[in-house]
Design a protein around this ligand. Structure first.
Ligand code: ZN
Length: 543
């Protein structure tokens, strides 16, 4: 390498060189995976492939420039080279993932165990990619100009790198988003950012952060309702995934995406916004006492949520999980999870289609009982980018659809067709659940609520998928559907005027913040926590 020959080098050039070295040599595990992924794609844009090294090197250049502080930089980079070489070997050879748990393992490893990893290959790799460059770096005299000149050059270097990243995003954002979403684990392969953040997380968790004490909420919660007909209440709450409100026919979308529920008497709330643009935020938030503005993940995790309070009030609560996890919400209630590994026509190894929940739900509904009951179905819904795998072939109502995961290579029309098929199939699932509830009105006061966690971008303004920071997120990602159906029995029990409910749905502005109190109100739960102002149905309640 060039800099071996020169005993001195400017700091910014050294940083750039290290960035190139880290990408092409130490990130070998990442490069190998990227080559595999790109080979599997049906068609790949040359510009996208060529932009990948530029993207990573520019990103590393920004990171390294920030830590290249005079007097400290040599020590930092020597250490980084040595550690990264070891990490790179373990990842490439053993497929080790350097997450927080692995950091805990490493901290607890004894010498004998560590010795077992010593062999000719690992020593050779470490010697050539870690030790040798570190020794060479140790000998280089790093040049700095004056403070002002130095800062100026750093500024130019960082801004230049950021400009390159922005330019790449402008042209290939959807390619990066698609590859990233389909291969979520790729971020774990990036050296040194992933192992450094894991180590930071481990140190923070083990030595710095104190776990918040558990906070019990709604200790006074109890069901207190008229029992006018003596029947228990039975509510099914369907939590959808990635369904956006504007693609619901019931909200005025000009395609028959609600072909199944259209004539079933459901009420659709026209204006509902989500608490977040990603599942991990929106799902815990909608079940928490906190509003979107107050929401704090750590605090929410350490206190009772809506399900805990309903359970405490004496309601029989159950959760059906078909979306890869309930984000902590269902931790303390009986849960039935559907595993994609299960062989069955509706499961493909990665996901199960939502129809998989129908038979187990029927069985749960058939369980006799006098206790009020709330069953939550967490659907995989419209989870992308593999939309076409969310519905069985016979539900491909809108064609041609996009039968591939690299959605950026489908036409806009194919993509929307595929997405609308997921809504169409979800609508079928909702209508099936509705039929089950309608059949059980003799024994129960039945009701159904469906809502989605967040929306989705389908190419509008060049955006795809979801997860944009809330302040910047377009309405496609933040507007969600909310459907409701109440049997006469439940309507009377909750003292609701159904015409007023329809008016609320048509005219009111609501959000996930309203779920908590609306559910308490609907199920007749009395607690000091209840805030009538947030109950969507409160204005329609008599007395
Ligand atoms: Zn989601």
């Amino acid at each position: 390498m060039v800099f071996f020959l020169r005993p001195s080098m400017s700091s910014r050039r050294l940083v750039l060189l290290l960035s190139v070295y880290f990408f092409f040599v130490l990130n070998l595990p990442l490069l190998a995976r990227l080559v595999d992924i790109l080979e599997q794609q049906a068609s790949v844009k040359l510009g996208f492939v060529l932009s990948i090294p530029v993207f990573f090197i520019a990103s590393l250049n920004v990171l390294f420039t920030l830590v290249a502080v005079k007097y400290l930089e040599k020590g930092i980079f020597v250490l980084l080279l040595l550690l990264s070489s070891l990490v790179s070997y373990a990842m490439f050879q053993y497929g080790v993932v350097f997450d927080r748990n692995m950091m805990a393992n490493i901290m607890q490893t004894h010498q004998g165990e560590a010795r077992s990893y010593l062999n000719a290959a690992s020593l050779l790799w470490f010697g050539l990619t870690g030790l040798l460059p570190a020794l060479l770096l140790a000998r280089v005299r790093i040049e700095h100009g004056g403070l002002v000149k130095d800062l100026l050059w750093k500024g130019v270097s960082v801004l230049g790198s950021l400009a390159a990243i922005a330019l790449i995003a402008l042209f290939y954002y959807k390619d990066y988003a698609s590859v990233g979403r389909n291969h979520n684990y790729l971020k774990q392969l990036i050296i040194p950012t992933y192992y450094l953040s894991s180590a930071g997380g481990y140190v923070n968790q083990t030595y710095l952060k104190e776990e918040l004490p558990w906070r019990t909420l709604g200790e006074d919660a109890r069901v207190e309702r008229p029992r006018h007909n003596g029947k228990p209440n039975l509510l099914v709450l369907l939590v959808g995934e990635t369904a956006r409100g504007m693609n619901f026919e019931l909200n005025g979308y000009p395609r028959e995406t609600n072909a199944f529920t259209q004539r079933q008497g459901v009420v659709s709330f026209q204006s509902v916004s989500a608490c977040g643009t990603a599942t991990a935020v929106a799902v815990p938030c909608m079940f928490s006492r906190q509003s979107r503005v107050e929401y704090d993940a750590e605090r929410t995790e350490r206190q009772d949520n809506l399900l805990d309070i309903m359970q405490r009030a004496g309601i029989d609560v159950g959760w059906f999980e078909n979306d890869g996890g309930c984000k902590g919400v269902c931790e303390r209630v009986p849960t039935q999870a559907f595993r994609p590994e299960d062989v069955g026509p509706l499961c493909d190894g990665d996901y199960c289609q939502d129809g998989v929940m129908l038979e187990p739900l029927r069985q749960a509904l058939d369980q006799p009982g006098q206790q009020d009951r709330v069953l939550v179905l967490h659907m995989v819904g419209s989870h992308g980018p593999t939309y076409y795998q969310r519905y069985p072939a016979k539900f491909a109502h809108f064609t041609p659809d996009c039968q591939r995961s690299d959605i950026q290579n489908c036409s806009a029309r194919e993509l929307v067709n595929t997405y609308d098929n997921t809504i169409y199939y979800s609508d079928y699932i909702i209508s099936q659940v509705l039929n089950e509830l309608k059949q059980r009105q003799d024994n129960w006061n039945t009701g159904l609520v469906y809502l989605s966690d967040h929306g989705e971008s389908l190419g509008e303004s060049g955006l795809y998928l979801h997860g944009m920071p809330y302040a910047l997120a377009p309405v496609e990602q933040t507007r969600v559907p909310l459907l409701m159906w109440l049997s006469d029995g439940l309507s009377q029990e909750a003292k609701l005027d159904s015409q007023c409910v329809q008016r609320q749905a048509k005219e009111g502005d609501f959000s996930h913040d309203n779920l908590f109190d609306s559910m308490l109100g609907l199920m007749g739960i009395k607690t000091a926590l209840y805030q009538p102002a947030l109950d969507m149905l409160a204005p329609c309640r008599a007395g």
